[in-house]
Design a protein. Structure first.
Length: 168
């Protein structure tokens, strides 16, 4: 039961690394003028990484979802029902209250606060993006380019869920 978790987490890390490598390489080539040219009027970019970046981006979320689903199965096998952690908000709150009633105070309060914080910080945006990818044919916003005051080309990555792509 743990093998699909490790496999998909490893593959998610691999696709994230590939996306970062693509972003860094493209940014450097644009800034060095290897794939960019400013003719005094227009900026020309001769390399498009949009399709590859979109593929890596989507793959990361799909593999993360598989790993999450498999963690639920593994925990259940070990005697722990953690599915409520990954459930819709209403079910999460209901199960959280039920757990607090059966095991009040101490570690339970701390653990539920930790889980709630993590849900809000990364899991909710993760699920929102995964749903958009799997059900709505999500495509990353277009990468834009600009010029520094010294007329050097720069890459301007889109902001997604309040974060710049290279910072995800």
């Amino acid at each position: 039961l743990y093998d699909p978790i490790l496999q998909n987490l490893t593959e998610a890390r691999h696709v994230k690394d590939k996306a970062v490598e693509l972003i860094k390489g493209h940014t450097q080539k644009v800034m060095m003028g290897e794939v960019s040219r400013f003719d005094g009027k227009s900026l020309h970019i001769e390399e498009n990484i949009g399709i590859d970046l979109n593929i890596w981006f989507k793959d990361f979320f799909i593999r993360g979802k598989i790993a999450t689903d498999m963690m639920i199965h593994l925990a259940k096998f070990l005697g722990y029902n953690i599915s409520f952690v990954f459930a819709e908000e209403e079910k999460f709150e209901k199960e959280k209250k039920k757990l607090l009633l059966t095991k009040p105070g101490g570690i339970t309060d701390y653990l539920l606060d930790l889980i709630t914080d993590h849900r809000n910080q990364w899991y909710k945006p993760f699920v929102k993006m995964r749903i958009a990818i799997e059900h709505h044919g999500y495509q990353l916003p277009e990468i834009k380019y600009g010029l520094t005051p010294e007329s050097k080309a720069i890459v301007i990555f889109p902001i997604i869920e309040g974060r710049n792509i290279p910072d995800l």
